[in-house]
Design a protein around this ligand. Structure first.
Ligand SMILES: Nc1ncnc2c1ncn2[C@@H]1O[C@H](COP(=O)(O)OP(=O)(O)OP(=O)(O)O)[C@@H](O)[C@H]1O
Ligand SMILES: [Mg+2]
Length: 235
């Protein structure tokens, strides 16, 4: 198993944000995490990338990540595209992208990966020398995903990549994410757009109040009455 989590809990002070969560992601798999505001989706991704301390089992290819700091986890092959993007708005698109490769020394491969990012998001090549603050929200999300890809992840963590983005760009971004998976990268994506998530992910976990409520294949959950009512707005 690429990522295996068992009994993972996170506290913010005395408040429990994640309780006994178990989840796995296979090599090359696309897994979505659905759930309402405050359910713990971002907390889960932060725990995996070690930017938030947690207790419980957290393993990448059988090795515990719990003893590693966040920057070391990037080197292990987990890149986190966080909520709110966290770009450097006054730096150019190219500089922001290259920051994703800061741990790498393989110059030739870095260039090849940059070409891949430009292939996925051609607008970023056109805008390479433009400062990020002048891009649209959707274009900035593309930079954030591109930057995470520049770390050459085996597992890409995406935190609500479609939030606040116009429909057309959102579809473009989901299409690109699916292509990233087809290229062999496993994806764990927190998302509130349940309809889109169920369309592109292989499997889904539903997080509610810090716990996994339901889980299953996208097809199973898309046919589940509770999911249809609570997440797809189908009576
Ligand atoms: N740094 C923090 N300190 C204290 N409480 C926090 C902190 N970050 C998150 N929380 C709380 O933990 C719970 C889970 O938050 P989290 O951000 O993981 O939810 P989420 O599912 O990502 O929500 P959203 O869809 O709004 O992004 C919430 O109750 C939130 O208020
Ligand atoms: Mg969140």
């Amino acid at each position: 198993m690429l990522l295996e989590i068992r009994g993972l809990s996170v506290f913010y002070g005395k408040a429990m944000a994640l309780e006994n969560v178990s989840l796995c992601v296979a090599e090359g798999e696309f897994v979505a995490v659905l759930g309402p505001n405050g359910a713990g989706k971002s907390t889960l991704l932060k725990a995996i990338s070690r930017s938030q301390p947690s207790t419980g089992m957290l393993e990448l290819r059988g090795e515990s990540l719990q003893r590693y700091p966040a920057h070391a986890v990037v080197g292990k092959g987990i890149c986190h595209c966080p909520e709110g993007r966290r770009l450097f708005p006054e730096l150019t698109v190219l500089k922001n992208l290259m920051l994703g490769a800061y741990l790498r020394r393989d110059k030739v491969e870095i260039e090849a990966d940059l070409e891949q990012v430009y292939h996925l998001f051609p607008i970023l090549q056109e805008r390479g020398s433009q400062v990020v603050s002048t891009l649209s929200g959707g274009q900035q999300q593309m930079v954030a995903i591109g930057r995470a890809l520049m770390g050459k992840p085996a597992l890409l963590l995406l935190d609500e990549p479609s939030v606040g983005i116009a429909h057309r760009l959102k579809m473009e971004i989901f299409g690109a994410i699916k292509r990233i998976q087809r290229g062999g990268t496993a994806i764990l994506m927190a998302e509130q757009d349940a309809q889109s998530a169920l369309r592109i992910a292989d499997r889904v976990y539903v997080l509610e109040h810090g716990r996994v409520g339901r889980e299953g294949s996208s097809a199973e959950l898309a046919a589940d009455d509770y999911i249809r009512q609570a997440y797809l707005g189908v009576a």
